[in-house]
Design a protein around this ligand. Sequence first.
Ligand SMILES: Nc1ncnc2c1ncn2[C@@H]1O[C@H](COP(=O)(O)OP(=O)(O)OP(=O)(O)O)[C@@H](O)[C@H]1O
Ligand SMILES: [Mg+2]
Length: 244
Amino acid sequence: MSAPAIRFSGVSKAYGGAPPVLRRVDVEVPDSGVTFVVGRSGAGKSVFCRLAVGLERPDEGEVLLMGTPLSGLSERRLLELRRDAPYLVQGPALLDWLTLSENVALADPQRDRARALSALERVGLTNEADRLPTEVGPGVRKRAAIARALVLGPRYLLFDEPTTGLDHKSARQVSEVLERLRAEGLGALVVSHDYPLLERIADRVILVEGGQARVFPSKDAFWTSDDPAVRELLAPVRAESFDG
Ligand SMILES: Nc1ncnc2c1ncn2[C@@H]1O[C@H](COP(=O)(O)OP(=O)(O)OP(=O)(O)O)[C@@H](O)[C@H]1O
Ligand SMILES: [Mg+2]
């Protein structure tokens, strides 16, 4: 059996004098399938991701990424590990003065153009390789950022709100890429409130709330949960589907 992609044991994290964002969290994220992470704004979803890939250190507890404990790892080893499980940050991620293929190649120490083109092909951007980020739409930019995460053939991916802020068409293009990666068998953690996407690709859901991470082993367990925090998150979605 392979190690979980992410494992938190007794992980706490606080900033300044504020109440802790995470409080002794124990959670395991399997390396296969798509794990959605939901929770209200400010609940700690991005902090969870940054801790998972060692961009931040916990105040206490231990984080394992792809089975490797992160405490005490050198920055160099951390970088190597993140190539196996890259984290696609929330918000813009490309350099405007480089073409899409050059942006993708940045993640490759060898700057190999053929490898960059094949990553772009996986996200349906073969014909956009030589365009600048400013010449293409937000959905294409996001997909290029995904290609950059794919360039070294990772075993796992972490996405922070991949479809948030995109127009409908762009969001659909990004969703299709995520569906395709899942069909290819790539495991992923997806922080998102895109519930139609959750319905299509989530194999399980983690709710981050009140300093804790609660796992729902299937999307049905999540949809039908009577946890007040879940009901509150889903209330607007349910209201919308009644309207429509
Ligand atoms: N570097 C930091 N310094 C101080 N406080 C921080 C820092 N990073 C995060 N926080 C705080 O930690 C809490 C959780 O932040 P986080 O960004 O993880 O929320 P989130 O669940 O990702 O929210 P959103 O849905 O808005 O992206 C927030 O209260 C935030 O202000
Ligand atoms: Mg966030």
